[in-house]
Design a protein around this ligand. Structure first.
Ligand code: MRU
Length: 368
C-alpha cells in the first residue's frame, strides 16, 4: 500500500488537471497529467477516472485546460471558437455512452459558449473564458450537490427504516469521492449517516468484474474509519435473507422520466433481492442524472466493455478464465422503477408511489 492515502480523484488549478489513476488503487496513489481532450478521452475510456459525475467534470476541465493553453495562439473568430468547442465536446462525449452526466455537461457548455460567441464584443478569448469559468463552476457545484444528497439521503433512510438507529447499509460499486468531485452520492449518504452516528455497518459489494467495490469503496470506507464489511456480489441475497441489511443505497448513471435507473452491472440483482426481502432500496444522484428525454430504461444505451475484464485479473493480469470462452460484459444494467423506494437528489427525495408502482421523476415530484 502506498504512503499517501488520498481521496482526491481530480486535482485542478487553472491550466493544470491531474487525475488519480484509479486503476492502480488501492495499492498506489499516482496522478496522471491531463493536458488536453485527447489524453482525457483515453483516461475516461480506460477508467483512470470513472463514476458518472467525475467523468463529466473531468471532460469539462480537460477542455478548459486545453483552451488555456490554446488561447494566446488561437486566430479564429468567436464563431470558430464556439465550433471548435462543440467539436471537442462531442469527441469527449463519445468516450463512455451510458452516464448522462457527461453529455449533459457537454450540452450545457456547448449552449453557453455558442451564446457567448454572439455577445457584443465577443472574441475567441471571451468565448474560451466562458467555458473555462463554467467548467470550474461544475467542479465546485458537484461537491455542494453531493453534500445536499447526503443530508436528504440520511433523513430519507432514517424515515424508511422507521427511526431505527445504528443502521446496516449496503451499497454497490463506487459512488464516493473517487466517483465525483468529492464526498460522493450514495457513499455521501453513508458518510452523512456515519457523521450522525447512525452507521453500525456499511456493506460494500466487490462489484465484479472491475471491482470498484473492493478496490475503491472499501478504500474510501477504511480511509474514513466507517465500520464496513466487504461481501461478494453473490452474497447479497443471502445477507438480506438473514436479516442483516436495513437499507440499500446506490448511485445512478442515468435515470429516465419514469424512474428506471441505469447503474453499475449487478445493481438490478441487488434491487430484486431487496424487493424480495422487503429492504428499502434507494438511488442517490444529482437531479441532473435524470434524463427526461428518455421515457424508460429500454432506451438507455448500455456500454459493453472488453472481455478481458472477465478473462484476466484486473483486465490485464494473469488469465483467470478458460481460454476460448465467449464473454458478455455489459458495464451497467437497468433497475425498473418498481424496485426503487425513492430517488435521493440534491433537491429532495422522489418517493415511489405505491399505487402507481412508479416514480414521478419527470414531473420532479420532490419532497423531503
Ligand atoms: O463504470 P463506472 O465505474 O464508471 O461505473 C460507476 C457507477 O456505476 C456508479 O455507481 C455511478 O456512476 C454513480 S457514481 C456517483
Amino acid at each position: 500500500m502506498g504512503e499517501e492515502k488520498t481521496l482526491e480523484a481530480i486535482r485542478y488549478k487553472r491550466g493544470s488537471l491531474q487525475l488519480l489513476d484509479q486503476r492502480k488503487l488501492p495499492h498506489e496513489s499516482v496522478y496522471i497529467n491531463i493536458p488536453d481532450c485527447d489524453v482525457a478521452w483515453n483516461a475516461i475510456k480506460d477508467m483512470v477516472v470513472r463514476g458518472a459525475p467525475a467523468i463529466a467534470v473531468t471532460a469539462a476541465l480537460a477542455l478548459a485546460v486545453e483552451l488555456v493553453h490554446l488561447e494566446n495562439s488561437y486566430s479564429g473568430d468567436p464563431q470558430d471558437a464556439a465550433a471548435f468547442i462543440e467539436k471537442r465536446l462531442s469527441f469527449l462525449v463519445s468516450s463512455r455512452p451510458t452516464a448522462v452526466n457527461l453529455s449533459d455537461a457537454a450540452y450545457k457548455l456547448q449552449r453557453l459558449t455558442s451564446q457567448a460567441s454572439i455577445n457584443n464584443g465577443a472574441t475567441a478569448k471571451t468565448v474560451f473564458a466562458h467555458l473555462i469559468e463554467a467548467a470550474e463552476e461544475m467542479l465546485k457545484e458537484d461537491v455542494l450537490s453531493n453534500k445536499a444528497i447526503g443530508e436528504y439521503g440520511a433523513k430519507a433512510i432514517l424515515q424508511a427504516v422507521g427511526g431505527k438507529e445504528k443502521l446496516r447499509i449496503l451499497t454497490h460499486c463506487n459512488t464516493g469521492s473517487l466517483a465525483t468531485a468529492g464526498y460522493g452520492t450514495a457513499l455521501g449518504v453513508i458518510r452523512s449517516l456515519f457523521a450522525q452516528g447512525q452507521i453500525e455497518t456499511a456493506y460494500c459489494t466487490e462489484t465484479r468484474p472491475y471491482n470498484q467495490g473492493s478496490r475503491l469503496t472499501a478504500y474510501e470506507l477504511v480511509h474514513d474509519g466507517i465500520p464496513s464489511v466487504l461481501i461478494a456480489d453473490s452474497a447479497v441475497a443471502y445477507l438480506m435473507a438473514s436479516g442483516r441489511v436495513d437499507a440499500v443505497v446506490v448511485g445512478a448513471d442515468r435515470i429516465t422520466a419514469n424512474g428506471d435507473t441505469a447503474n453499475k452491472i449487478g445493481t438490478l440483482n441487488v434491487a430484486v433481492a431487496a424487493h424480495q426481502f422487503g429492504v428499502p432500496f434507494f438511488v442517490a444522484a444529482p437531479l441532473t442524472t435524470v434524463d427526461i428525454q428518455i421515457n424508460s430504461g429500454d432506451e438507455i444505451v448500455i456500454e459493453e466493455r472488453s472481455k478481458t475484464e472477465l478473462t484476466h485479473a484486473f483486465g490485464a493480469g494473469p488469465e483467470v478464465a478458460a481460454p476460448g470462452i465467449g464473454v458478455w460484459n455489459p458495464a451497467f444494467d437497468v433497475t425498473p422503477a418498481k424496485y426503487i423506494t425513492g430517488v435521493i437528489t440534491d433537491r429532495g427525495v422522489v418517493w415511489r408511489d405505491e399505487k402507481a408502482h412508479g416514480l414521478d421523476i419527470g414531473g420532479f415530484a420532490l419532497g423531503t
